[in-house]
Ligand binder design. Structure first.
Ligand code: FAD
Length: 417
């Protein structure tokens, strides 16, 4: 059987390899002059290949339609991708947070494993080939029209990725192609993306400051509802906030009801607990101890042990305590207020950074229109989807690439609905 795979990212490459292993004649079409451009920049050039967690945990780490991936995750697991890389000669290692990386710390080595297998299987890949349209007749696939030619085929796997980091080739072409065929594209939003805040000036002053081991809560101020809670690291930037727990929070916010309205109305509050290991009482004792030690100093010189230098001026300002006040003159009420501020330092979230800056795209081809067991379209016979083009998105930690391999593998089996 002749099969055309559109998009040479991890999903498309995996789909092409799988389809080729089953004795199909496979054409892999990629609009860039190289395969796997985005794969190269993953994990800051080191590629967080997958996670070592049980596959059941992958669904929990996929806030965007995780359950749709149940069969795909069973069909092709984290062990399978590790085994695949091993067979091509690449060993992996595990790091903090169950993250799997190549031992070489180089994403290009992961890409080369895919390329090696593609060459071994003699898959015909065409670079600089941009697919413009999928041709159909009576809801069955007929072929594709590229910028160069028309290729006839009755099996197509569409794996053009999302819309983030467009310089890598992921410019959202597939959404238009699928929409022209009658598929619903759910709203495209950034996910795993930094956030802008209303207190931009304050954040600018804190730019570069990284807060480790902090707790965060994101609260819907209108419905008085907790949207997200996490513990870990965040960083201040010139426009607002970023870092691992903020990126994860963005994945939840992207799918939260009426989020655009709530952001506009300043109803989305981020409450930071700077001392999550201490209760309010324990923190008060701790501040009291520091105050005893620095009792003859001015307030502004008493917080060095408690807080990072960069944060001190802002905390002093927000505490309402005169910075020049001598520590032994600070009242109990003032001290308590300082403690509360450290447990509940609040910022108001304004917006997501644009999808172009996001690690992943939330939204895409509606999962209700795809058979989760086969990845075949329920609307067009012979059309399959794989990877980020589908309306699924996961947290950081290797889950998004596993989605690409698992859906790519499943689509590559070319099973019929
Ligand atoms: P893509 O990798 O986007 O590939 C799609 C391909 O299709 C592209 O090569 C594109 O050029 C091609 N294409 C598009 N339109 C056409 C067309 N019309 N005709 C022909 N070809 C076309 N995930 C992890 O799990 N671990 C990580 O460490 C990690 N790090 C990341 C770091 C960054 C900075 C970013 C942006 C993402 C990261 N991700 C990571 C997410 C991961 O890269 C994606 O989930 C994954 O690449 C999606 O694979 P895909 O094959 O679906 O799409």
């Amino acid at each position: 059987m002749k099969v055309v795979v559109i998009g040479g990212g991890p999903a498309g490459m995996m789909a092409a390899i799988t389809a080729s292993k089953m004795q199909n004649e496979v054409y892999l079409l990629e609009k860039n002059n190289k395969l796997g451009r985005k794969l190269l920049i993953t994990g800051k050039g080191r590629c967080n290949i997958t996670s070592s967690l049980y596959m059941s945990e992958f669904i929990k780490n996929t806030p965007g339609n995780g359950r749709f991936l149940y069969s795909a995750f069973q069909n092709y697991t984290n062990k399978d991708i590790i085994e695949f890389l091993k067979k091509q000669g690449l060993e992996v290692k595990e790091e903090r947070g169950n993250r799997i990386f190549p031992v070489t710390d180089k994403s290009i080595d992961v890409l080369n494993c895919f390329k090696k297998r593609i060459d071994e299987l003699k898959i015909k890949y065409k670079l600089d080939t941009r697919v413009e349209k999928i041709l159909i007749k009576s809801n069955e696939v007929l072929g594709v029209r590229t910028n160069k030619e028309i290729i006839q085929t009755d099996k197509i796997i569409l794996a053009t990725g999302g819309k983030s980091y467009p310089l890598t080739g992921s410019t959202g072409d597939g959404y238009k192609i699928a929409k022209d065929l009658g598929h619903i594209i759910t709203p495209i939003k950034p996910s795993l993306v930094p956030l802008e805040v209303y207190e931009k000036e304050a954040c600018k002053k804190l730019q570069g400051l990284s807060l480790r081991n902090i707790g965060i809560k994101i609260i819907d101020g209108e419905r008085k509802k907790l949207i997200y809670e996490d513990f870990g690291e965040m960083v201040f930037t010139h426009f607002g906030i970023s870092g691992p727990i903020i990126l994860s929070a963005s994945a939840h916010l992207a799918r939260y009801k009426d989020i655009d309205y709530l952001l506009k109305k300043r109803y989305v509050n981020l409450s930071i607990d700077l001392k999550p290991a201490l209760t309010e009482e324990q923190l008060d004792d701790r501040i009291l101890r520091d105050f005893k030690e620095f009792k003859n100093k001015q307030f502004k010189h008493s917080l060095d042990k408690l807080l990072p230098q960069k944060l001190i001026p802002l905390i002093i300002e927000l505490s309402g305590i005169d910075e020049n006040k001598r520590v032994n003159e600070i009242t109990k009420t003032e001290r308590r207020r300082l403690g509360q501020l450290l447990k509940c330092f609040t910022i108001t979230i304004k917006a997501f950074r644009p999808v172009e800056e996001a690690i992943i795209t939330s939204g895409g081809v509606n999962v209700r229109e795809i058979n989760p067991k086969t990845m075949e379209s329920k609307l067009i016979k012979g059309l399959y989807f794989a990877g980020e083009i589908i309306d699924v998105d996961a947290y950081t930690g290797g889950f998004n690439l596993q989605i690409a391999y698992s859906t790519g593998y499943t689509a590559g089996l070319l099973q019929e609905n």
